[in-house]
Design a protein. Structure first.
Length: 240
């Protein structure tokens, strides 16, 4: 494992997550082979320029993924079977990574919205409408409406009546939507942007209400494309 100071990590939102990501890259690239022992906590702390508690938490993350296993008295080893856990670790600072992320989201969320338009019942429609109205109310009160936004999209997932869409949507909620949450919080003061987002939500609802799968797909695609642009605006603001 390369021990040059270039591996040192700049202080950010989550050092353990970043360390875990770096170690994962070393494993994926073959720098640390499956079945091989990881460097000691002391060695890893020196490599990445962080404290040993940060290393311990990073190792815990890798263990929860099944990528690292403990052998009593011998240390931490790369699981020879590899990890069976699907992960998403997007970064707001990496434009290429965000582009790949939204391409992936497009394939999942557009399909889910299309399925919701096809499968929704009256109770689903009432739930989606309620959360959309709650979002509108929050916006009128000058709030960012982040939680209401999340509930709106969650109601759409439930309207698919497909357990896989629902379960995977919950995974995306925990791993990805926090990025959208951050961007929305940072740009919520822009009244023009808030109104545009709400118009996009209305278009999605109208298509689902009409059970128009083509328009639902179109509205969801437009919403995600615009969400990507809003994240770009956040990036520009945060780097200035």
């Amino acid at each position: 494992m390369n021990t040059t100071t270039s591996n040192h990590i700049l202080r950010g939102h989550s050092l353990p997550d970043e360390v875990a990501k770096r170690i994962r890259v070393s494993i994926d690239s073959g720098e640390i082979q499956p079945g091989k022992r990881l460097p000691t906590q002391h060695e890893l702390a020196n490599i990445y320029g962080v404290s040993r508690p940060v290393i311990r938490e990073a190792i815990s993350i890798l263990k929860s993924d099944g990528l690292v296993i403990s052998q009593q008295g011998r240390g931490q080893f790369v699981n020879p079977q590899g990890s069976s856990v699907f992960r998403l670790d997007p970064s707001l600072e990496d434009k290429e990574d965000l582009s790949h992320l939204f391409s992936f989201l497009m394939s999942v969320e557009v399909a889910a919205t299309r399925q919701a338009a096809k499968s929704r019942n009256n109770d689903d429609l009432k739930s989606i409408r309620k959360h959309l109205d709650d979002l509108g109310s929050a916006i009128r009160k000058g709030q960012n409406g982040v939680d209401e936004d999340m509930q709106f999209h969650r109601a759409i997932l439930h309207a698919t009546h497909n357990g896989y869409f629902i379960s995977f949507g919950e995974f995306l909620e925990s791993r990805v939507r926090n990025l959208i949450r951050i961007a929305r919080e940072k740009t919520a003061r822009r009244n023009d942007m808030v109104k545009l987002v709400q118009q996009e939500h209305e278009a999605i609802f109208n298509a689902i209400e009409a059970q128009d799968v083509v328009e639902a797909e179109k509205a969801a695609s437009q919403h995600l494309e615009n969400a990507a642009k809003r994240l770009e605006i956040y990036q520009a603001v945060s780097t200035n």
